[in-house]
Design a protein around this ligand. Structure first.
Ligand code: PLP
Length: 387
């Protein structure tokens, strides 16, 4: 057994917690337990824990869950088939008809769609607030508010919310604080330590890190909430397969190394964009003039690999530049080793056009990968330079 995870460094936890060599064969890497069911010793007698059927539990998935819980500094983690499946489980485990939640005004578009187009049919109401403004959140709380749903940094505008301050406001209002930690990852920020009740991940992004698997996870210290989520996941069935859990775990082992490089490269890209005449504004919490910089510096180790910027010449010019990059691949998603570029207004955030969450038309979003920084900077320059 590894020592108490709390005494180990981040990368040691990522590589060892939940990942003992296989007791039978000594296999150093957790096997892909590609099985749907488990032999029982007598009726109802599982050989170990919940291993009766792989919707309920699977050892490869358990390894992923133990490792991610240790990275977030939480007691319990449950893995899901996608980030949205994880979000859906948190929403349905904690909200009942008549309940209300508060969400950020640039929440992930898919989360907004789930709440606005699905949850509202089940009698749940919501308000949108700028989470960077704690007073605005306090005013949005109602007696029936059960959740405050926070992302920080946000997507795609890289807004920053003060997690500790929001945790206080939520607690005073009798609500739970959920932090979607997909952008920051536990390497850069651990919301439970700052007072959040629930941490949510799209493991599709930095945790998996290689753009080859879709997944999600929820981490919480609450045993009660863990039981509700476990019941709901088993009842509804949104589980990841063993191979997907294995790929995610494999990616997580190198999270710290990748994040350092994502951050280094993002800083180089930010510097180059700021110097370019076709760039009107750069959104990055590492910039001293970013309105959330001080809060980000307080609660994050570094500022991450996501960068957004406004093109000087508007939407058409932004679309044209996004079509001209060669290394930055024009694609949705983020957090992989390869750099991506996208136009949020037409792509990831098309579902929020016309809503309170609409994003600027001239905005481009970069997921800065771990390639050589000089190549990335040269690629952006050639795409932005006038022809
Ligand atoms: C991608 C993403 C999600 C949704 O996760 P999926 O794995 O795509 O279902 C949720 N929140 C954020 C911040 C994301 O980037």
């Amino acid at each position: 057994m590894v020592d108490d995870p709390a005494t180990l460094g981040f990368t040691t936890r990522a590589i060892h917690v939940g990942q003992e060599p296989d007791p039978r064969t000594g296999a150093v890497i957790v096997p892909i337990y590609q099985t749907s069911t488990y032999a029982q010793d007598g009726v109802g007698g599982t050989r170990e824990g919940d291993y009766e059927y792989s919707r309920t539990a699977n050892p490869t998935r358990t390894a992923l869950e133990e490792a991610l819980a240790a990275l977030e500094g939480g007691r319990n983690c449950l893995a899901f088939a996608s980030g949205m499946a994880a979000s859906d489980a948190v929403l349905r485990a904690t909200l009942r008809p008549g309940d209300h939640l508060v969400l950020g005004n640039d929440v992930y578009g898919g989360t907004f769609r789930l709440i606005d187009k699905v949850l509202t049919h089940w009698g749940v109401t919501y308000s949108v607030a700028a989470l960077s403004d704690v007073d605005e959140v306090r005013v949005a709380l109602r007696p029936e508010t059960k959740l405050v749903w926070c992302e920080t940094p946000t997507n795609p505008l890289l807004g920053v919310a003060d997690i500790a301050a929001l945790a206080d406001v939520a607690r005073d209002g009798g609500a739970r604080l959920v932090v979607d930690n997909t952008f920051a990852t536990p390497y850069l920020q651990t919301p439970l330590a700052l007072g959040a009740d629930v941490v949510l991940h799209s493991t599709t992004k930095y945790l998996g890190g290689h753009s080859d698997v879709v997944g999600g996870a929820v981490v919480t210290d609450s045993a009660e909430l863990r039981e509700q989520l476990f019941f709901l996941r088993n009842a509804a069935g949104a589980v990841p397969g063993a191979f997907d859990a294995w790929l995610t775990l494999r990616g997580m082992k190198t999270l710290s190394v990748r994040m350092e490089r994502h951050c280094d490269n993002a800083e180089r890209v930010v510097e180059a964009l700021r110097a370019h005449p076709k760039v009107a504004k750069v959104y990055y919490p590492g910039l001293a003039e970013h309105p959330g910089h001080d809060v980000a510096a307080k609660q994050m180790r570094r500022f991450g690999g996501m960068v957004s910027f406004d093109h000087v010449d508007g939407e058409e010019a932004a679309l044209a530049a996004a079509a001209r990059t060669r290394l930055f691949i024009l694609a949705e998603s983020l957090g992989g080793i390869e750099s991506l570029i996208e136009h949020p207004g037409r792509m990831t955030h098309a579902s929020v056009v016309g809503s309170l969450l609409q994003v600027p038309a001239q905005l481009l979003r970069l997921s800065v990968g771990i390639e050589d920084a000089a190549d990335l900077v040269a690629d952006l320059r050639q795409a932005l330079d006038q022809r």
